[in-house]
Design a protein. Structure first.
Ligand code: GLY
Length: 571
C-alpha cells in the first residue's frame, strides 16, 4: 500500500510538473521595533466547564503555576465532566516551561493490560464485537491520568498535589449541579449503567437519571482522589484503590492485574515542531497521530500562498492536504515505543513537496486514487483546556475517557469511571473504530502498548503572539486544531479561533464534513464544481484557546461558543 502511494506521488509529480505549486510563503510583518513583554503578569484559562476554570484560578491564587492549575482543572473535569475525561482515563499535554524556555510533551495515555487478547473483541463468527470494544472492563486501558497529575505536581508544579486536588475533592464531596450536557449523556447511557451495580449507584442515584438542578455528589471519587492526594501516584496504582480496581474489573470479566497498574509509567517525549509562515507550531508526537497530521498538512500548505487565493480555492487546498495526511494516519502510526514510525519521512519538506504535486489546483482528488480507508462520528467526548500563567508557563492539555462516558463501567468502591480507550487500537485489522478510523499492525494491541490517539494539544509561538490551543472531537480534533491554528496565524483573536466554522476531511469516507455556515453558497458551488462532495453535520468540537499578545501584553481566553458550559477567563 505504501509503495502504491509513493508511485502515485511520483506519477502525479511527473504529470503535473514541478512548477504546479501555486506560490510561496506569506511574509510576517516585522514587529522588531515594538517592546515585547517578557511575562504576562496575569493568567488565562479556558476549559469546557466553569467550575474547572474556577478551580484553576483558585490554585493560582494559592501560589500555584500553570502546571498546578492544570492538575486542578483536569481533576475537577473528572468530577464535573465525566462524560469527557477523568482519572479512569488519560491525557496528553504539550507544555512550555518559561524558566528553561523549553517545551515538553507529557504522555499520560492509557496502556493495554498484559493479558490483552484480540480475540476478546471478536464475536464467535469472527465479526468485530463492538460491545467488548466500547463497554465494560475489557474496553478499558490502564489509566494514565492519575500518574500524569502526580507527575505534573512533582516535576513542574510549585504546590503539593493535595493542594491542587483540593477543589476537585471538595466539589465531589459537597456536590454540584450537573449541566445539561452531562445529564443528557447519562440519559443516553442509562441502560449501560444498569448493567453494572457500581455504575448505576454513581450515575443513577435512586435508580434514575439525576434531575436538572439537583445536587449530585460523588463520594466514591472524592475518596479515591483523597488517596491520590495523600500518597501520590502510589495512592492509585497500589494499595486500596489498585486492589479495588483489579477486583472489580476481574469480577466483571476483565483481565487487569495489580502488576498492570504498578507498571504504568508516564512518558515525557519531545514534542513535534513545525515552522509555518514564521510561526513555530509545537504539537503532539506519537502515540498521537494528531501532531503528525497537523505538521504534514502545514508542510503541504506552506508551499501555497493561501492569502492570494479566493476562499473556495483556499479551502480546496486545505481539504486536499487533510485528505493526504489522513491517508498516512492509517498506515504508519502507532506507539513509538513498540513500532518504528517513519517520522523523518512524514515530516520531511520533501515528502510534503511530493504530496503537494499531487494536488490539482481546481479539482478534488478522489481518495480512491490514493488508497483505501473509512467514516466516523465526532460525538461529544474528550476535553481540552489551555492555560497561560503570569510567568508565561503554558499548558495545552487534552484529556479523555474516549467515547462519551467511556466504558460506562465504574469500578466498585472507587467511584472511578473507566475509559473505553482499547477501541483506539486497531483491534480488528482494517475494521473501523468508533471514529471510522482504520489501522494497521502499527496500532495493533500489545501488552503495555499505548493506543493511537488523535489528541493534538498545541502551542503556536510567533514573533509576538503565542497561542495555546486544542479541542475534543475524535478524529476531527486534528482538523479543528489545524483550522484554529490557521485562524490564529491569520491574526484572529481567541474568540475568532474557537468560533471559526469548521470543515473536515479524513480521506475516507471521501466527503467533506461541514458545519452549517462553514461555506457560503458561492464557495459551496465552486467546491462542488471542483468535485468535492459534502455532508452537513451538527456543529462539533469544544475548543479552548488562550492567546498572549506580547506587544500589548494582553491575554485573551475563549471557550467554544458551540457549547454553553465552557469558560475562558483572564484575571
Ligand atoms: N480517544 C480519542 C483519542 O484519543 O483520539
Amino acid at each position: 500500500m505504501r509503495l502504491a502511494l509513493r508511485w502515485q506521488v511520483l506519477l502525479w509529480s511527473f504529470l503535473l510538473g514541478a512548477g504546479s505549486a501555486i506560490a510561496a510563503d506569506k511574509p510576517i510583518p516585522s514587529t522588531q521595533a515594538v517592546q515585547l513583554a517578557q511575562r504576562p503578569g496575569h493568567a488565562g484559562i479556558a476549559s469546557a466547564n466553569t467550575l474547572a476554570t474556577q478551580a484553576g484560578f483558585e490554585v493560582l491564587a494559592k501560589g500555584g503555576n500553570a502546571f498546578d492549575a492544570a492538575v486542578a482543572v483536569a481533576s475537577t473535569l473528572s468530577v464535573v465532566e465525566p462524560e469527557s475525561s477523568g482519572i479512569g482515563g488519560g491525557f496528553m499535554a504539550t507544555m512550555y516551561v518559561a524558566a528553561g524556555k523549553r517545551t515538553v510533551f507529557v504522555d499520560a495515555r492509557e496502556t493495554a493490560p498484559a493479558a490483552v487478547n484480540s480475540k476478546d473483541y471478536l464475536n464467535p463468527d469472527g465479526s468485530p464485537n463492538r460491545d467488548t470494544a466500547l463497554k465494560g472492563p475489557l474496553s478499558a486501558g490502564i489509566p494514565g491520568e492519575p500518574a500524569g497529575l502526580a507527575w505534573l505536581a512533582k516535576h513542574y508544579g510549585k504546590l503539593p498535589l493535595n493542594v491542587s486536588l483540593a477543589p476537585a475533592i471538595r466539589i465531589a464531596s459537597d456536590g454540584f449541579k450537573p449541566d445539561g450536557r452531562l445529564l443528557g449523556s447519562i440519559k443516553e447511557e442509562q441502560n449501560n449503567f444498569a448493567r453494572w451495580p457500581a455504575s448505576a449507584e454513581k450515575f443513577l442515584p435512586g435508580g434514575k437519571v439525576p434531575a436538572a438542578g439537583e445536587i449530585w455528589r460523588d463520594p466514591g471519587q472524592a475518596h479515591t482522589l483523597e488517596l491520590l492526594a495523600k500518597y501520590g501516584e502510589a495512592g492509585f496504582y497500589s494499595g486500596e484503590t489498585a486492589q479495588k480496581l483489579v477486583e472489580a474489573v476481574r469480577a466483571a470479566g476483565g483481565n487487569w492485574t495489580l502488576k498492570d497498574l504498578a507498571s504504568y509509567r508516564v512518558k515525557e517525549r519531545a514534542p513535534l515542531t513545525v515552522d509555518y509562515r514564521g510561526y513555530q507550531v509545537i504539537t503532539a508526537p506519537p502515540p498521537s497521530s494528531g501532531g503528525v497530521a497537523i505538521a504534514e498538512i502545514l508542510n503541504i500548505l506552506s508551499g501555497f500562498d493561501l492569502a492570494k487565493l479566493d476562499e473556495a480555492h483556499r479551502d480546496h487546498l486545505v481539504i486536499e492536504a487533510m485528505r493526504r495526511a489522513f491517508r498516512d494516519h492509517n498506515d504508519y502510526l502507532g506507539d513509538p515505543d513498540f513500532v518504528k514510525v517513519p517520522l523523518n519521512m512524514l515530516l520531511s519538506p520533501y515528502y510534503a513537496d511530493g504530496l503537494r504535486q499531487t494536488i490539482l489546483p481546481d479539482k478534488a482528488t478522489p481518495s480512491s486514487m490514493l488508497a483505501p480507508s473509512n467514516g466516523q462520528d465526532p460525538g461529544m467526548h474528550t476535553t481540552h483546556f489551555s492555560i497561560i500563567d503570569a510567568d508565561g508557563n503554558m499548558v495545552a492539555m487534552t484529556c479523555t475517557v474516549n467515547y462519551t462516558l467511556g466504558s460506562t463501567f465504574v469500578a466498585a468502591g472507587t467511584g472511578v469511571l473507566l475509559n473505553d480507550e482499547m477501541d483506539d487500537f486497531a483491534l480488528v485489522p482494517n475494521k473501523p473504530n468508533v471514529y471510522g478510523l482504520l489501522g494497521s499492525k502499527a496500532n495493533a494491541p500489545e501488552p503495555g502498548k499505548r493506543m493511537l490517539s488523535s489528541m493534538s494539544p498545541s502551542i503556536v509561538i510567533g514573533a509576538d503572539r503565542t497561542a495555546v490551543i486544542g479541542s475534543p472531537g475524535g478524529s476531527t480534533i486534528i482538523t479543528q486544531v489545524l483550522e484554529g491554528i490557521l485562524a490564529v496565524i491569520d491574526g484572529g483573536d481567541a474568540h475568532q479561533a474557537v468560533g471559526k466554522k469548521r470543515f473536515h476531511h479524513q480521506f475516507m469516507p471521501d466527503v467533506v464534513m461541514v458545519e452549517p455556515g462553514a461555506f457560503d453558497a458561492a464557495t459551496t458551488n465552486a467546491l462542488t464544481q471542483m468535485g468535492h462532495t459534502f455532508k452537513q453535520r451538527e456543529p462539533w468540537g469544544f475548543m479552548n484557546v488562550v492567546i498572549w499578545d506580547r506587544r500589548s501584553n494582553k491575554l485573551d481566553a475563549a471557550s467554544d461558543p458551540r457549547r454553553e458550559d465552557g469558560l475562558g477567563k483572564v484575571q
